[in-house]
Ligand binder design. Structure first.
Ligand code: KG4
Ligand code: ZN
Length: 394
């Protein structure tokens, strides 16, 4: 079946089209097209994601991002047809009253929707999956309302996707156009490491999860971003911090600072990264040369990265042992981190189990993973009055 995915939970406006098969037991995917518009530049001035701005940006970008995806996926009537322009003749009439209700709080999106959507043919899609949570409530609503409107106008079933389940299934996504060959063996341990979440999950199968532990304060990605800011790197600093850390001298044994590995021996599967950020802050206050001398700054970034990776690996190892896991599944923005990827590979190898990691293009927020997560629930279509739930858990 062909599924359209829509993701607006944070600062990426993303739409993807996916072909899915194999059922919940052995899901396989082929990404037909995926378009993501990042709002990072708009949010940088705020040093983080500003929810009202995110909502407005999603409203502006959803229609063009949808059109690009449908065009690239060959779902826009004839394969040669181009992105439609404003002013094209309308092919069908819209249910104006219902749309006004749906887009009550997104008048600009309503105007764009009304102008463009009726001028394109109904695409051959079997379902529309949209992120309902977790995420920023105002941002989520824009995507949910957009999906509701498309579902109404095109008469295509709607599925509410869980963003975290999307990150978990992201390792099954292959390069554009290629069918996935990866499959997971269960029970599995899932590790979600993103800007908003750090969770260890016991997975009995797709759609069957038990959260073992999660962060009690900052998420791993959030800690990367906050420490990056202390180090003078622009938001979001996770990948810039990793680049800086790679400049640290190969031998950092002489580095005078050892950061804590919070909760590494806590005996549970919870995490806490806010103390680590504070430790970095205090260290730089006591010793300003940690910021002003480049080799020390790189060494500090390196030590921070090591501390995060050490904690993530120790807890994941324990979870693998405890659950007798047959595979390790990892997703989320921080899964782009080279050190973490290498450490996870080593852990999986030592444990004698396969490691399922997303390709770098699917580590961050993207709609392909939302369409894939939607496929797992294709038999449970949502009601037309689907809602956003900012604090939704797995
Ligand atoms: O999954 P994601 O795109 O958004 C959320 O759902 O939160 O994750 C974004 C997070 C940011 O905190 C970003 O700094 C972090 O992933 N990140 C990284 C790297 N690339 C992105 N953290 C560490 N190393 C990286 N290479
Ligand atoms: Zn995410």
């Amino acid at each position: 079946m062909k599924i359209l995915g829509i993701e607006t939970s944070c600062d990426e406006t993303s739409v993807a089209a996916l072909e899915a098969g194999g059922g919940r037991e052995a899901p396989r995917f082929r990404v037909l097209a995926a378009t993501t518009h990042s709002q990072i530049d708009a949010h940088r001035a705020y040093g983080g994601v500003y929810p009202t701005l995110a909502k407005r940006e999603h409203g502006k970008n959803l229609v063009p991002v949808l059109l690009e995806t449908l065009t690239n996926a060959g779902l826009m009537g004839s394969p040669t047809s181009k992105i439609p322009e404003v002013g094209l003749p309308k092919m069908y009439r819209l249910p104006t009253k219902e749309l006004q209700n749906i887009f009550e709080r997104e008048p600009e999106l309503l105007a764009q929707f009304t102008e463009i959507i009726p001028s394109i043919e109904k695409p051959a899609l079997d379902a529309i999956a949209v992120t309902v949570g977790p995420g920023l409530q105002p941002a989520l609503w824009v995507g949910v309302n957009f999906a509701r409107a498309l579902s109404l106008v095109w008469d295509i079933p709607l599925i509410g996707s869980n963003h975290l389940e999307g990150h978990l299934i992201s390792p099954l996504l292959t390069p554009l156009g290629k069918e996935s060959r990866v499959s997971a063996s269960f029970p599995a341990v899932g590790l979600i490491v993103s800007g908003g979440h750090t969770e260890l999950v016991h997975m009995e199968g797709w759609g069957n999860y038990m959260v073992l532990g999660r962060t009690r304060d900052d998420a791993a990605g959030e800690a990367f971003d906050k420490v990056a800011r202390i180090l003078g790197l622009p938001y979001p600093g996770g990948s810039a911090l990793a680049t800086l850390a790679a400049f640290a001298a190969a031998n950092t044994e002489n580095f005078p600072l050892m950061l804590p590995r919070p909760m590494i021996h806590s005996g549970d599967y919870d995490f806490s990264f806010s103390g680590l950020k504070t430790a970095v802050l205090y260290a730089t206050r006591e010793r300003p040369e940690l910021l002003s001398r480049e080799p020390l700054r790189a060494a500090l970034a390196h030590e921070f990265e090591e501390a995060v990776v050490d904690v993530l690996i120790a807890k994941t190892k324990k979870a693998l042992e405890h659950t007798a896991a047959r595979s390790l599944i990892v997703g989320g923005g921080v899964a782009a981190n080279t050190k973490l990827r290498a450490a996870l590979s080593m852990l999986a190898e030592e444990s004698g189990i396969p490691l399922l990691l997303p390709l770098s293009e699917y580590t961050g927020d993207n709609a392909a993973m939302i369409a894939a997560a939607g496929y797992l629930h294709a038999n449970e279509p949502s009601a037309a009055d689907l809602e956003a739930h900012g604090t939704l858990s797995l």
